[in-house]
Design a protein around this ligand. Sequence first.
Ligand code: PD2
Ligand code: ZN
Length: 283
Amino acid sequence: MPIIDAAWRSWLTTNAGRGCSAQSMIDAMVEAGFDSAAADVAVQETLGAHGGVEASPARGPSGEYRYDRGPVAAGNRIRARDRDVTVLMRSERPQVILFGDVMSPGECAEMIERSRHRLRRSTTVHPETGREDVIQNRTSEGVWFQRGEDEFIKRLDDRIASLMNWPVENGEGLQILHYNVGGEYRPHFDYFPPDQAGSTVHTARGGQRVATLVVYLNDVPAGGETVFPEVGLSVGARQGCAVYFRYMNAMRQLDPLTLHGGAPVLAGDKWIMTKWVREQPYV
Ligand code: PD2
Ligand code: ZN
């Protein structure tokens, strides 16, 4: 019998979001070789908190966000392709997980050295036009690495896909950000707000963002925490650790409690690496 891996979870999420009936998904899974009890459990888990609400492909249903089961594996330690990652903290509402040991000190240093000379001032998405603008609420510099662009990047992409339990092809490239003292990223959502005209430019490729992983590449001596102001949560930047948060459920609702920001750096500097993952392949 096949196993319910990241690709099947993504398939379930996409089809639930499209409003497919439970029976049609179970039938398709049985056709693909699952036994009907296993297919039924997987479909019910995906639809879990759906109730009777209908999903709309364009915007997702409105109403209170429902916390369904996320894709990240259970347990205190997760084998993420080539590395054992520790789970330091989990929050269910919003869905936030703090990981230790996602990258070694050597890998963090290599990522910083590869980025240092290629940094450009970061931009944000203009809500109406979808264009990338340099504005004051994001005082950092960044650089993108294309998915799988060389062996080193591919190893990190594969590890992260395994940790997030989401298909590697649904991930954007890796983004490295650097903040100097005073640098910050004021609270924002990583998803593209469906009510803003500019979002359609971004969701045309790969659909909506569903979750984020921020890896800290250095220890920040003071400030620079990732903060979730709606729930009073603050994550200190420690080299090799990472914070995961998921904001789109299987119904395609978006979780407003995932409002988050990068607090001002008070001493030293801050390097992070971000992976955003989409509902569909990002090609
Ligand atoms: O700098 C951060 O800690 C941070 C946190 C969350 C950056 C971003 N999100 C981002 O670039 O979206
Ligand atoms: Zn963010």
